[in-house]
Write a protein that binds this ligand. Structure first.
Ligand SMILES: CNC(=O)NC(=N)Nc1ccccc1
Length: 304
């Protein structure tokens, strides 16, 4: 099973290739396309922290100088990594106000960040030049609901145009069921991976499992997946990669993670996909007494 990490919002983070050389990482979510288009024809905005050179496409907040990323995605692919582009995050403006918006946004993401198509190079920018991402992740933290199923179904119709290539859709709901932002999309469009953020909502978190409080609801999420558009989607346990990576109190030490993973990997072998971590730099800076980063500790647990 896999270790997935978010990269792009880490403090003083190293460039992407540094993490793609990390054998413990399988899937890397580039965070984030953080601003949605203001309307059909408008560009979305992006933010990758300390990366890129600060230039944007005229009249937009879409970064146009992400040289480290366009140089490193091919390295990541050579290393066998799956590179996803993550939409959303914590920032303000993310709303799909109509199906036309959803379709425009999906087309923009596909022609700008998917496989290069010479029929569209003058109509859409190529922020990562000719290199393509392997799919799109939805980290929708508010204003979700309608529109996402339309957007994802549109993306999947584009995926179908490349039958010999694998493209993926993933989502990062909070642990309460139904997730206010993504439950409609999960029911009505095909997800390959669902990584639940079991680290910022009391009552259903991984911390609850360890403390014997609340009800860690991985099993209920398996039921959500079984009745979704893709009953075979893989479900990941989302965790914080260090004490200070998110809301205080939700971090689990590797020793605390071990029994949770052993239990749920055994209970749900068909759906258990692995572990998702927020986020890459926090993991890098969280080295255990035996010298392993948190992600390396997670990989050891998955293969124990
Ligand atoms: C998958 N997305 C996230 O995990 N976002 C996230 N953890 N945002 C956040 C970062 C720092 C403090 C609180 C929340």
């Amino acid at each position: 099973s896999n270790v997935a990490v978010y990269w792009g919002q880490g403090a003083y983070q190293q460039r992407l290739s540094h993490f793609c050389e990390e054998t413990s990482l399988d899937i890397i979510n580039l965070a984030f396309i953080n601003l949605f288009p203001s309307g059909v024809g408008a560009y979305p905005g992006s933010n990758f922290g300390n990366q890129c050179d600060g230039t944007v496409y005229a009249g937009s907040e879409l970064l146009s100088g992400c040289h480290q990323i366009w140089e490193d995605i091919p390295v990541c692919k050579e290393m066998g990594k799956t590179v996803m582009l993550s939409i959303g995050g914590e920032t303000a403006y993310q709303q799909l106000t109509s199906d036309l918006d959803a379709i425009w946004f999906a087309d923009f993401l596909w022609y700008s960040f998917g496989p290069e198509n010479e029929n569209y190079t003058d109509a859409y920018p190529r922020p990562f030049l000719s290199t393509s991402v392997d799919g799109f992740d939805f980290d929708i933290e508010h204003d979700g609901g309608a529109g996402y199923a339309t957007m994802i179904n549109r993306l999947r119709s584009h995926f179908d145009e490349y039958p010999d290539q694998q493209f993926y859709i993933s989502g990062a709901p909070q642990c309460p069921i139904p997730d206010a932002q993504l439950s409609d999309a999960i029911s009505n469009s095909f997800f390959d991976f669902i990584w639940v953020q079991f680290y910022n909502t009391a009552g259903c978190s991984a911390r609850d499992y360890v403390d014997g409080t609340g009800i860690f609801n991985f099993g209920d999420w398996v039921d959500v997946i079984k009745s979704s558009s893709n009953p075979h989607a893989k479900l990941y346990v989302g965790l914080l990669a260090s004490e200070d990576a998110g809301v205080a109190g939700y971090y689990l030490t590797p020793a605390e993670v071990y029994p949770l993973v052993e239990t749920y990997m055994a209970l749900y072998p068909k759906h258990f996909g692995g572990i998702m971590l927020w986020e890459a730099t926090a993991s890098e800076n969280n080295v255990s007494p035996d010298g392993l980063t948190y992600a390396q500790e997670m990989k050891e647990i998955l293969y124990s």
